[in-house]
Design a protein around this ligand. Sequence first.
Ligand code: CDP
Ligand code: MG
Length: 678
Amino acid sequence: MAEFSLDSSFIPALHKPAALLPVARYRDQLLYVIETFPVTIVIGQTGSGKTTQIPQFLERAGWCADGKIIGVTQPRRVAATTVALRVADEVGCEVGKEVGYSIRFEDVTSSATRIKFLTDGLLIREALVDPLLSRYSVIMVDEAHERSISTDILLGLLKKIRRKRPDLRIIISSATLQAEDFLDFFTISSEGKATTRTADAEEGVAKIVSLEGRTFPIDILHLAAPTENYVDKAIDTVFDIHTHEGPGDILVFLTGREEIDTAMRAVSEKVSQGGDQYAGFQALPLYAGLSSEEQMHVFDKAPEGRRKVVFSTNIAEASITIDGIVFVVDCGFVKLRAYNPRTGIETLTATPVSKASASQRAGRAGRTKPGKCFRLFTEDDFHNLPEANTPEIQRSNLAPIVLQLKALGIDNVVRFDYLSSPPSEFMSKALELLYSLGALDEYAKLTRPLGLRMAELAVEPMMAKTLLSAPSYGCLSEMLTISAMTSFGGSIWFYHDGEQKAMERSRRKFAADEGDHLTLLNAYSAFVTKGKKEARFCHENHINYKTMTQAVSIRAQLKRYLERFGVDTSESLASHQGESELKLKAENIRRCLTSGYFAHAARMQPDGTFRNVEGDMTMHAHPSSLLFNRKADWVIFHEVMETGDKTFIRDITKIEKGWLLEAAPEFYKLSDKRAELP
Ligand code: CDP
Ligand code: MG
């Protein structure tokens, strides 16, 4: 290694020279358009260099000259971190210096930072303190085609900000051809929307630049008959490719972490039993819950003579490009948010992909040479797919976003300039929930301090309310922990092959009768006191050490927020608490949880399933919950997931029915059904 670094003009083999990326040929044109037009829309295939190169072009062209910075937003946290690491590497700095990233609970930037990658949600949050986003000379809204709820809201805000900041440059980058929608949005005033585009489109505001990239031909194969189980089928297909096809890495699209873990285990089992024809695999997972180091492995070349197989969620569809992929296996599904305005419950549901997504996924196979895409669905199925997914704003719980908009001083949230308007029932449901939580008054105005503080806290409104009411229940310290421990969306428990039983035994050591929230609290307390925050403790108890250290940091950050609000956060570490005091404490915690989560209440039925308050939704305790296969009556829950045709609830705590009425009398009066409380 040392011999080769003597001459710095050598290009490290790790990097494809940036000059060869399609975007390189457009550098001058891009810089000219950005200089001339307030809004530039860049369309280009995934992998053409938009995300990694454009910010560097801008920086070198002097857009950071007066201490301003270039902000690049991503809909996903994973993308923000991996891309920042990559660009820092190309620039030759440590991440956090000239190139940094900022995601919720993790700010890796400094005063030296000139290029900053961040999630679109976080940039909206920054507008709370800096309404004109005055630190930024350029804001690039990346992956705009995904139409995440935060991207849509951010575009609406930027349209407003642009009028007050003519110097600001906005770049919208998108992988598919929706350029006209973005162009219309920025050039037509909201009043003129109903009229035709040419009628009163503002000249000279926005311009489209299309990057032509080359891709190699891709053979697309469909199943002859539908499959019952696409995870099994995906694994079979991977082994078929391995035995029948030439060299090249494989990218498999599945919907989530559980499926990916199953596939990883199945591959390693087959390889260990299967003799020579199964040897030579290197299987790697890629999903949002992985640490940045774990994610970076997917970019490493497989060792000589081995074939890399990446099992990924749709992160690899557009946000992250892995070179060397020749084969794509597409399960045809993606986990998407879905919101039911009648029950007020938002789920993550495996949904068939759109035609646009399926093509995008197939395209991942043809980046370095001709490739093949194996679709685990029939050609007829493909023709029946929708052209594109519904924008997230039309299928999400709007409460978090409405709260943000109100805090940004946008009182008339219905008349906000949306790229696609959210359905009106969704809007009224959000207003109703925020009113019941006390964040809005009867005129739908933000309450102060409660509503404003809820908007500022970096957790969703129901948890924000729970945290802010904790002092009055005398359990702030505990709620800070619970809030931190439930903010990952994953599990703290982990196990290797065949260790599930052992993991469950470990978990039982921390189990609380009252449910998952108190169990998480017990695990955290043991980690910071008996476990002295050490990895060994975690290892012995099947707890994910990384997750726990993250929880410690998130807890500290939440505590700082509350201190800024002037809340007394001093913690009395009463070490000798009697049985009855502990029971009382536990009850207070459960009451406090109910004060925020009353809208997520359910009651156990004689058959062990749960029914929501309206009584028309059947839900099951998730196998990862302590209440799985246990008796309970009324409960509140944190999260809902749909897998197959079953609805699961996760992070569940037992409560008393009476507490619901106490916590939200109006909410339960609003609907006749609810008033009866089954
Ligand atoms: O944004 P866009 O999809 O147009 O491309 P990009 O993300 O800027 O990627 C440009 C090139 O950098 C591709 O060849 C990627 O494979 C490569 N890249 C990489 O090797 N490692 C990363 N962490 C990010 C990008
Ligand atoms: Mg990109």
